[in-house]
Unconditional design. Sequence first.
Length: 85
Amino acid sequence: MAEAPLSPRPVGVTARRFLPPPALCGFLLLLVLLFGASYAVGTASGPVAPGMHGTGGTGGGGGDGTSGTGGDTGDMPGMRHGSGE
């Protein structure tokens, strides 16, 4: 029995086999462009809350339920200070 020799594949066919489909490449390019545009718009618009600063304490929240306000509500309307009601 004589076996037929296998013909070698052309180089272009082997290289195309390892490349992702063109639709996937287009989708990834679209994602990169959208994220780039989003980053550029966010950078141009500036910070969301320019006067906002960190808590300044250690631990970043304290755990006392005041959410970094130090427990002082100031003169906020509707807040009762120690009335016990």
